[in-house]
Design a protein around this ligand. Structure first.
Ligand code: GLN
Ligand code: ZN
Length: 763
């Protein structure tokens, strides 16, 4: 017998029920009871979806974020949310998003408090609320949430396995606000964890899953010791502990993890299959070994027979000690393929979402327990799907493969060095110093969204749609001219999303209807599915940009999303390295760059908003990633003439570790997000003597606040103290699509007048 279980289930709901319940509650349109009921219904539904498993996760549901839940369980909430009206859930939302629901609180003057900082959960696109610590932080158990969910599960006959974040990962992911040593809190934290385990044991939990994904990252001796101390002190026999590690390999941490006194360990056998043997060997003879054999990070069907080929001997060794699960929580995949009705049938047959992945676990377990014959129809169907995908002409294009094989260093090299290009571009473009521009998008108004959905629904035809978009482009060009901006954009009205827009026009991409994945809180993304070799049947942006250019004498920037960002925001192939998919995207976008140039576009911006976030979990793997990522950008961008000015844009400003690679991209201009950091983040460009031009953002587009002229001038003066003025641009932090025109116009007017004042002062 093999035990099957799951590490976590997506909580947002197949129809994003949680999102809508939350948003309506926050707006004051539904009651607290409605929200609680929606949560309970989702939990019940999801436990039902997992009923075939031997153990089902409980406590993986969160109204906002599972790490924030853990902070509340540990009684670690920031001082600033204490002393408000309301209860724990009000405070929970205050930390999550700066305010509770409408009408329940808060300070009448400002409506809220500073929201907790959010950051990426390992190398996923999920964002968690960063725990906050200080020297004086005290912990105090509040097990009410977990106990209530456990009771709820029991009442529904669920074979419950509570899931919590382990103490070392919890500390490691948090931030000491006063710069103190987080690890010094461990002795205070552990008794609360011990009490939690005892409480769960007393409530009838046999096993508790304790997640320590930090074990797949590089840990120094201090952190390794923290693990030893922590698990020694949790070894109190209250429950059986399943230590869960996922997202990568243990490497140096394997002996450490294997030596911890726990009754079970879960290993990500997708990313760390090579370590399975060593982990078993290093484990005590009676320990449970849980193997994550179905990929919890992608949407592809598992090759079940290939999995059984390596799993059968392992199962023989382990017998009853073997547990099977997905590699990690299924939080990172959409809920149910059954909701997809429009997806191309063939591509659909290659896919598995959360529910289907759990089905695969059951088939594998049955095959191990009763032999493959017991599931021969399931295996045959799986074999057919996997083989069809592998052999499909839609997946494999010999021409694309040949083009990637033919890539040379030449392809990524500009004709002349920056100084030569810059001089030629200056002659051609005639820009003043402190040239002004924007990052690409203008407000996505209700009219734009209506036109798009009408076109999708077929209620307006293509001519009418094009007409509507042209009107928007004309409007944004006129506004920019009136504002006096130097380099204009077309405004990106026709783009629903900066990745999806390109994916929809490339061969090799498919789109789900409701393949939503939680990004943070109520926010979801629907990553496009990169399934095949990538090619570009025809130009994607040239008509829109050319139309904008026809309306003005000012230069209009062409706007593209770069290959690395397209890759990092998609579900990607598991049948070839990410680098290969990235090179294919690079070649396709390069063609677009060259077509824009041919059409007379003199400035082309290639956004790489997600380049930094693609960095691997271990620093030792960074260089490899950066090599092919930067290479891909260079292939995309650098086929143009000296006179064509290449811009790139990145939505962040922490370049400390990667500044050499950023410089190596060799874009003529880079625009970045700096307004909140008071330009301090430009230091790294200064120290590195970054040679090309920079547009440090001076308008925080995440805020409804309108920066005044003096503020912008002050920021630019700080920038000019670090970067020579003749290499500076004046622009917002990022695109303006989430703002309103009535905010954008005054903000940009101030930006233009600030640039004029700076020019006058420099003259
Ligand atoms: N050009 C895009 C825009 O302006 C860039 C968005 C981004 O960097 N995320 O919206
Ligand atoms: Zn941006």
């Amino acid at each position: 017998m093999v035990t099957t279980h799951n590490l976590g289930f997506p909580r947002i709901g197949a129809k994003r029920e949680l999102k809508f319940a939350l948003e309506s509650y926050w707006k004051g349109q539904s009651s607290r009871e409605d929200l609680l009921r929606a949560g309970a219904e989702l939990r019940a539904k999801h436990w039902q979806d997992q009923a075939a498993l031997d153990l089902v996760p409980v406590g993986d549901f969160a109204f906002y974020d599972q790490i924030l839940d853990m902070s509340f369980t540990l009684g670690n909430l920031p001082a600033r949310v204490r002393g408000f009206h309301g209860d724990a859930l009000d405070n929970y939302f205050r930390v999550a998003r700066g305010r509770s629901a409408a009408g329940t609180d808060d300070h009448a003057c400002c409506g809220g408090v500073a929201a907790g900082e959010m950051t990426k959960w390992f190398d996923t696109n999920y964002h968690y609320i960063v725990p906050e610590f200080e020297t004086g932080t005290q912990f105090k158990l509040d097990a009410s949430r977990l106990l209530a969910q456990l009771a709820e599960a029991k009442a529904q006959g669920v074979k419950a396995k509570p899931v919590i974040i382990g103490p070392v990962t919890y500390l490691a992911l948090g931030k000491a606000k006063d710069g103190s040593d987080k690890l010094a809190l461990l002795p205070r934290l552990l008794p609360v964890y011990a009490e939690l385990l005892a409480t769960l044991g007393a409530a009838g939990a046999e096993w508790v899953q304790i997640d320590e994904p930090i074990l797949v990252t590089e840990l120094d001796a201090t952190w390794q010791n923290a693990f030893r101390a922590a698990y020694q002190s949790l070894d109190i026999g209250a429950v059986k502990l399943l230590l869960a590690m996922y997202f990568g390999q243990l490497q140096d941490n394997l002996p450490l993890a294997a030596a911890l006194p726990v009754q079970g360990v879960h290993l990500d056998a997708i990313n760390a299959r090579d370590e399975v043997k060593a982990l078993i060997q290093a484990s005590p003879a009676e320990r449970v070994i849980s193997l994550g054999v179905v990929n919890g990070r992608n949407i592809w069907k598992t090759d079940l027979e290939a999995t059984l080929d390596w799993l059968e001997p392992v199962a023989k060794t382990l017998g009853e000690r073997l547990w099977l699960a997905p590699s990690c929580s299924l939080l990172h995949v959409p809920v149910d393929l059954e909701s997809e009705h429009k997806l191309d049938a063939q591509i659909r047959s290659w896919l598995a979402f959360a529910v289907q992945k759990l089905g695969e676990i059951s088939v594998l377990a049955t095959a191990l327990a009763q032999g493959r014959d017991a599931v021969s129809p399931e295996l045959a169907a799986n074999r057919a799907a996997v083989a069809a995908r592998r052999a499909s002409a839609r997946v494999n294009s010999p021409a694309v493969k040949a083009a990637v094989a033919a890539i040379t260093a030449e392809l990524g090299r500009r004709q002349s060095p920056f100084a030569v290009r810059a001089a030629k571009q200056a002659t051609l473009l005639h820009l003043p110093i402190y040239p002004t521009t924007t990052i690409g998008s203008f407000p996505q108004t209700k009219e734009i969204r209506l036109a798009r959905s009408a076109f999708k629904a077929g209620t307006i035809d293509e001519t009418a749609y094009t007409q509507a978009m042209r009107a928007e482009i004309e409007h944004s060009v006129r506004e920019q001219e009136a504002l006096g901006l130097d380099v204009l954009v077309h405004g990106e009205a026709e783009r629903n999303d900066m990745v999806e827009y390109f994916g929809e026009q490339l061969e090799g991409y498919a789109f789900s209807q409701s393949g939503w994945v939680q990004s943070y809180g109520s926010r979801c993304v629907k990553p496009p599915i990169l399934f095949g070799d990538i090619s570009r049947p025809k130009a994607m942006t040239v008509e829109w940009i050319s139309y904008a250019a026809s309306l003005t004498d000012k230069p209009v920037k062409g706007m593209l999303t770069g290959p690395v960002t397209i890759l990092n925001w998609s579900f990607v192939r598991d049948d070839q390295p990410r680098s290969v998919s990235c090179y294919q995207l690079a070649l396709a976008i390069r063609e677009e760059v060259l077509d824009l140039e041919k059409a007379g576009v003199r400035i082309i911006q290639i956004d790489e908003a997600a380049l930094r976030e693609g960095l691997p979990l271990r620093k030792s793997q960074w260089q490899d990633y950066l090599d092919w990522a930067v290479d891909s950008f260079r292939i995309t961008a650098n086929g143009v003439r000296d006179e064509t000015q290449i811009h790139t844009h990145m939505c962040y400003s922490e370049f400390n570790d990667i500044i050499a690679e950023i410089a190596n991209m060799d874009a003529d201009v880079i625009t970045i997000e700096t307004s909140r950091s008071d330009m301090e983040l430009l230091d790294v460009f200064d120290d590195f003597n970054y040679p090309n031009q920079i547009g440090p953002g001076v308008y925080d587009i995440h805020s409804p606040n309108i920066p005044d002229q003096a503020h912008i001038i002050a920021l630019m003066q700080k920038a000019a103290a670090r970067i020579p003025a003749e290499r500076l641009w004046v622009n917002p932090d990022c695109g303006l699509k989430t703002r309103q025109w009535n905010e954008v116009i005054p903000a940009l007017a101030n930006l233009v007048s600030a640039a004029r004042a700076l020019r006058a002062a420099a003259a």
